[in-house]
Structures are given as C-alpha cells and as structure tokens.
Design a protein around this ligand. Sequence first.
Ligand code: TRP
Length: 468
Amino acid sequence: MEQQRGQWSGRLGFILAAAGSAVGLGNLWKFPYIAWENNGGAFVLVYIIAVAIVGIPIMMAETLLGRRGKRDPIGTFRALAAGKRGARLWPGVGVLGVITGVIILSYYSVIAGWTLRYIGMAISGHLGELARQPDGLSGFFLGFIGSGDQQVLWTFCFMAATTLVVVFGVQNGIERAARILMPVLFSLLVVLVIYAMTMAGFGKAMAFIFRPNFGELTRGGVLEAVGHSFFTLSLGMGVMLTYGSYMRKQDSIPRAAVTISILDTVIAIMACMIMYSIIFSYDMPVAKSSAILFTTLPAVFFQMPGGALISALFYLLVAFAALTSTISLLEVVSSYAIDELGWQRRKATLTVAAAIFAFGILSALSVGGSDAPGNPTLSHINIIGRESTEGFFGTMDYLASNWCLPVGGFLIALFTGWALTRRETQEELEEGHGLMRFFPLWRFLIKFAAPAAVGAIIVSVILGAEYQ
Ligand code: TRP
C-alpha cells in the first residue's frame, strides 16, 4: 500500500503541481474582474494581506496534514484525529472536501471548455472576422454559451483532457504536465506584460492596481478579497492536503507554501496589468465584467498588430492554467476512490470523471441563462459574478465559494491549531526545513487570526451581507 502510493520526484515537482493548481481561472479571469468591480488599489492590498495572514498559514496547515496522514482527505483526518476528541467527526471535513471538489470541477470545466473553443476560433481566423463586426463578439459569445450542444461538447473535451493526465498518476501525469505547462504559461504572461508596458494605458492600469483609495473599499469588498484568497490558492477542500500527501519528508513545507502563494499572487496581478492596460488604452466600455475575457479582450487583440497570434496564445495560456487546476480537483476525488474504496487509479479516475461530467451537464446547460429565451443580452447570462446566483451554474459557484471553501478552511484551521498538539505540528513543519523561526507566528495565525477572519466571512454570508 505504502509503496504503491505516488510521490513527487522532488521539491520542484510539488511546487509546480501545487502552483499549477493555484494558478487558474481564478487568477486570469476572476481576479481581474472582481478587482475591477471593487476599484482596484485598496481591494488588491486587502487581498494581498489576506493571502499573507490567512492563505499562507492555511496552505501550510493543509500540506502538513497531508504529508502526515499520507492519504486522501477523508483517510487523513481519520488517521490524524484517532484518539483525539471528536475523532469520529473530523473525517467529515474530508467528506466535505471531496463533495466540494465534485461541485467546483463540474462548473469550472464549463468555462475551461470555452478557452478551447476560442483557441480554435483564433487560429481559424473567425475571431478576427467577428472582431471587425459591431457586436460580432458579444453576439457570438451569447450564441455560443446559449447553445447546449456546444457547451456540453466543450465541457466534455476539457474533462477528457483532465482525465487523460490524472490517469497517468502523480509523477507521470500531474507532475509532468505541470513541468511543461507552468513555465510555458509564465513565459507567455511575461511576453504579454511586456507588450502591455508599451501601451498608452499601462500607467493608468498600474495606478488603478497599486494606488489604494480606502474610501472606495466596501465591507463586502473586504470579505470578497478574503474569500477569493481561498479560491485562488486552492484552499479549503483538500487539494493542498492531497498534494502534500505525495510530498517527500526532506522538502520544506513553509518554503513551498510561501513560494506558491507569491507565484499565484504575482500571476493574478500580471493578469490585471495586461487586461487593464488594454482597457485603458483603447477606452473600451466594460459591458459585463465577468465576460471581459471573452468579449472585450478579443476586440482589442484585433486592434493590435498580430491579433490572431496574440489571441491564440492568450487563450492557450488560459487553457493551460485551467488544466493544471482541473487536474488537481479531479485528483482529490480520484484519490478518495483509490485510498478509501481501494480502486485502481485508472478505474477510479475514469469513473469519477464520468460522474462529474454527467453532473456538470446541468451547469453547462444553464450557463446561457434562461430568463430571456430568444433574445438574451450579456446581462442575462448566468456566469459567475456577484450579480448572478441564478441558474444551476451560479448556484454551484455560490455554494462552493461562499460556503464549502470557507467552512472547510475554518475547520482545517481549527483542526490544525487546536486538535493537533503543538509538538505534532512543529515536528511536521520543521521536517525537511530545519528550525522554524516563524513557528510561533504561524501557530498564532492558525489558532486565532485565520479562524477569526474566515469565521467573519461565514457569519456575513449567514447574515446575507453583500459578498461575492
Ligand atoms: N485555484 C484555482 C484557480 O484559481 C481553482 C481551484 C483549483 C480551486 N483547485 C481548487 C479552488 C480547489 C478551490 C479549491 O483557478
């Protein structure tokens, strides 16, 4: 059993795979538009603070649980809680995580599928033609997401790609994919940022991102920033726990967590620099901020020289980022079937992926919006945004981001900070790291600061405060 279990080849393997999970649609699509809606500056700063005091400590906690438990999330909680108070209840956190994985993957793969369609459109030249017609892009986009067949088809393609990687296992599948995709993704982003620097709107974009104006920050914005720090770092459902379970004892957990979080944040900010430079340079009206990526941006790409190439590269980049994230979601659910049900990896992955795809059809069919049949506009679509929790798709995202991840994160922090002893956690964090100077700070954050901040989100969602 022990020997069969997958393992990363080394320090870099874990970091790349975990960063691959973290960097995804959350960075390239969701962060730029929620930061836009919250007027940048102050929101970005609060988000960075949330990553530092909530995100990094919880990432270290999840990883240490996984490396100590060496199992899927449910088995890990069962093993680590043995003999402690509430030993029978803690595995419930793992159950919640596996369910959350099913929910997130079922709708995430729908949007990920769009990127495949747009790569094809960019290469074939269709995207360029649409960009030259007034309302061509938004018309196409609405027709595309309103077509059930198309949505199911592209969701299927993306799930198939994800499954293919996960079937090959930890080192030959997940790690290998991340080793190729992550450097390519980062290089593409750097090229696009350099391009953005040459644009007239770059200065304005930088000011928008980095000049905080606290007068513009709402309470809802603060909570949204904290909530997003979970989503973007893949925390609260056991991804880092599962990936941590494949980690070697001789690698440092604290260093890895800090590296991954910095990388994730830098990439989110780079995505903002690119998109805002474009928006400010061309004075584009932003119709629906959550659709910027598929309607506003292509219009601009084709005003630039080499638009076809730039847009093809761009959607390829988004697809890569999404793929390394869907891989991690599928791996959590598969690892449950492998460790708990004793299935072979192939059988586990194929079965679980088929079930999630079947469930995802509901999201795929709902994404085009149902309240305006015949003549939908951008404001009728049900893709993620604070304005839409209607439709199956919106409901799934609302459930996952506002309930499952915060509750999961809260319980993970409580378990690590209060159920495990100081010695247990210190031992695991210092294994492969050496003496950890910041251990008392970490312990304070995980015992008090993180539960308080996450608890505030949960309370505010219960009270119905505007969040997300
Ligand atoms: N972090 C990814 C993103 O930013 C999405 C993701 C992958 C995720 N695995 C997760 C979010 C687990 C929450 C939990 O796009």
